[in-house]
Design a protein. Structure first.
Length: 192
């Protein structure tokens, strides 16, 4: 019986399940924390001209926050700087970016999606969601704000179906005396 065999990195890539990336190495550190290093599958195109890069310039390891899988996982992206081979392009080199990890991002897109789902669909508080995913409170808030900006329609382009009057009292009732007639008048300070 023949069974296909593959490298451990391929199995790890399948388990890690981050689109457009492949796992390079997985280790367990001395403290018992798991560490995953991954890189992109395909060479990227230049953000300015779109020409596919063929030559790497340098590499840096970028630490990213990702969804916890059976505990916290330290995730590092082996992010390359590429040369732009197009002579007419003003950009000489550029770092990779993808839909899961846009430029200057410090977390994966799937983590931000999970945070938004936990707050909006599950009704969890920001602080509870932050503690559950081991991230900061303001990261949860930023993810929800970004989702609202991207998904909610522009209010200036909406037409109202009906008008309502919202009123509230902004002060307590006041009495004023008319200087000429010396009569007192009740004044209700409503704001419409």
């Amino acid at each position: 019986m023949n069974e296909p065999t593959g490298a451990a990195a391929d199995a790890a890539t399948i388990l890690f399940n981050l689109p457009d990336y492949r796992v390079v190495s997985t280790t367990v550190t001395t403290g018992g924390r798991r560490q995953v290093i991954f890189e992109t599958d395909q060479p990227p195109g230049c953000p300015s001209c779109g020409v596919i890069a063929t030559r790497r310039k340098e590499r840096r390891f970028q630490r990213l926050r990702d969804i916890p899988v059976a505990g916290t996982v330290d995730v590092f992206w082996s992010n390359y700087r590429w040369y732009c081979e197009e002579p007419a392009c003003e950009r000489l080199s550029f770092f990779e970016s993808t839909t899961q990890v846009p430029r200057r991002a410090r977390s994966t897109g799937r983590l931000r999606d999970q945070l938004v789902d936990a707050v909006i669909r599950s009704g969890r508080a920001f602080s509870e969601t932050a503690a559950g995913f081991a991230v900061s409170w303001w990261m949860v808030r930023a993810a929800v704000n970004e989702a609202c900006v991207l998904q909610l329609p522009d209010v200036d382009k909406l037409s109202p179906r009906m008008l309502g009057i919202d009123e509230h009292r902004f002060r307590s009732v006041r009495y004023f005396q008319d200087p000429e007639s010396k009569t007192w008048t009740r004044f209700e300070p409503w704001c419409v």
